[in-house]
Design a protein around this ligand. Structure first.
Ligand code: CNA
Length: 242
């Protein structure tokens, strides 16, 4: 049996699939990840990305933070790829209960997924740090430098979880519950190196754990199937049956 046939069989037998993913899901949409050879961690900046994307740095040097954020974290023209679309189809067919993502790009929702737990927030939501006024991505794209709230002049901060910041507990609990009730855990496009997000998969009680990732991860030994393929190209071949 090929890897595709094995996955197809498990998908056909499942009703509560949960997908847990990361930046690798969106590389085929043209958004670079962090840890691949052409990812952000291998490009040269005055500071490493973990430093710039930290709460301390945001407070201390918002100009540099937003320079990096605008040029490296925003991809307004990126479109969902076959992986995003297949997962949305699986949800619509009643086979997948949730997408748990570390991504902040909103592409799962753009593909039609409705139950998406965004562990690290989203570039599509921004709030004034002073008066809490909400702003969409368009506002950020229309401004330059440090975005200021037109209502009160406060700094507008993306609802993206920075290093040193806690994860939203409601989102964490929702993701945890979905994973605990899953009958197939599909993990893809993630190095599983960022905690506490990666720790969530330890709560999966089931046997069928499938990893689709280009590079090896520390969970390969625990997986029932490890598929070292580009995730969009691979999932595109999967049939979704009602
Ligand atoms: P990561 O640590 O960069 O790991 C990505 C993993 O995906 C690597 O192991 C790659 O080998 C693998 N990979 C890359 N492309 C593919 C592909 N086409 N098919 C299969 N595997 C692939 O990213 P993680 O998500 O694990 O790290 C967590 C960080 C990255 C989160 O905090 C994200 O917010 C952050 N991030 C998000 C985005 C986005 O929203 N699209 C982009 C860049 C970084």
């Amino acid at each position: 049996m090929t890897q595709l046939e094995q996955l197809q069989q498990w998908v056909d037998e499942s009703r509560r699939i949960v997908f847990f993913g990361g930046a690798g899901v969106s590389t085929e949409s043209g958004i670079p990840d962090f840890r691949s050879v052409d990812g952000l961690y291998h490009q040269q900046y005055a500071y490493p990305p973990e430093t710039i994307l930290s709460h301390t740095f945001f407070e201390q040097d918002p100009e540099e933070f937003f320079r990096f954020y605008r040029s490296k974290m925003l991809y307004p023209d990126a479109r969902p790829n076959a992986a995003h679309r297949k997962l949305a189809e699986l949800e619509q067919a009643g086979r997948l209960t949730a997408v748990v993502t570390q991504n902040i790009d909103g592409l799962h929702q753009a593909a039609g997924s409705t139950r998406v737990y965004e562990l690290h927030g989203s570039v599509h939501r921004n709030h004034c740090t002073k008066c809490r006024q909400f702003y969409g991505l368009d506002f950020l794209l229309q401004t330059t430098g440090v975005p200021r709230c037109p209502v009160c002049g406060g700094v507008v901060k993306p609802d993206v979880v920075l290093y040193e910041e806690p994860l939203d507990q409601t989102v964490m609990m929702g993701a945890l519950r979905a994973i605990q009730e899953a009958d197939l855990l599909l993990i893809g496009g993630t190095s599983l190196a960022v905690y506490p997000a990666a720790g969530l998969i330890q709560y999966y009680p089931g046997k069928r754990l499938v990893l689709i990732n280009k590079a090896p991860t520390s969970y390969d030994r625990r997986a029932s199937l490890v598929i070292a393929q580009p995730i969009a190209a691979f999932l595109e071949q999967l049939q979704v049956r009602p």
